[in-house]
Design a binder for this molecule. Sequence first.
Ligand code: UFG
Length: 332
Amino acid sequence: MTRVLVTGGAGYIGSHVVKALGEAGYQVVTYDNLSTGHQWAVLYGDLVVGDLADKKRLREVFAQYRPKAVMHFAAHIVVPESVKNPLKYYRNNTVNAVNLLEACVEFGVENFIFSSTAAVYGEPEQIPITEAAPLEPINPYGQSKVLVEKILSDCSKAYPFRYVALRYFNVAGADGKIRIGQVSPKPTHLITRAVKTALGQIDRLEIYGTDYPTPDGTCIRDYIHVDDLAHAHILALEHLLSSGESRIFNCGYGHGYSVREVVEKTKEVTGIDFPVVEAPRREGDPPALVADSTRIQRELNWQPKDDDLGYIIKTAWEWEKRVMRERVRRKT
Ligand code: UFG
């Protein structure tokens, strides 16, 4: 059986990929320091609690499990924080990725899948965005990921090593069976904030900027369901395991929704007319980010199953209600 090491497998996206790997019959080992991840989120395989900065522990895990492939999710992801504290991002997202790559090369792991982001494109001139668009990140978060992409490219030329970098657009929603989902003490993402406002956990939802050059003046994003994204990882893994060459793929549906459209859909799905106010722009938000996902559809035959904003919001809503119920239960 093929064994896959997943860093950050206890986090939001990582845990959905661990689930998909387990369901597809892979043996999984999660390596996670549980700084933002959760033990309960790891539905398959072993969980090793460890940090990527701890090279000794990392080597022990490679020696013990001898993975055939590595999937690397563990990273910091908060854009404004990266602007305030760039070294934290370069240390964790870039330097720690080098630690992981050193272990891969030492233990002969030739297959690597990397969580990249649409933030590598900065403020793209053309929408939809193809993988050939220039890499011009506008914040240290995006830059920390660009650097890893470049390191991966160099490694693929120097060692017996191939990789797939997946550039995620706006990942949202939760497991269809509502077993796992996003848990964040201070959520910043639109859909999470919208369903929390519907639940009354946030007083009112702010729309950041209504004067963008878009049809309704609010920003447009390409929201992709986390399970469809997880499946893209399985296809990327199969590609590498069948000796496919190193590739970079956008992961999005190829169409976007404005903030106002997401807000209206959330009201419809939840049946709650929650308070919404217009607020100033948030710094660093590009007006529109929409993927051209032709390449992954063509080359990996990725066929999204959950390309439905209503379904994405519904799973996020059901998950948020579950989190709230369990919090109440723990208190009583
Ligand atoms: N927004 C609001 N109100 C909120 C929250 C968000 O109006 O309460 C708006 C934002 O201003 C933005 C849109 O909703 O226009 C989406 O914002 P998110 O925070 O949900 O997502 P981002 O597009 O900012 O960021 C996401 C990922 C980043 C990644 C980026 C690039 O979180 O990691 O996409 O695709 F870098």
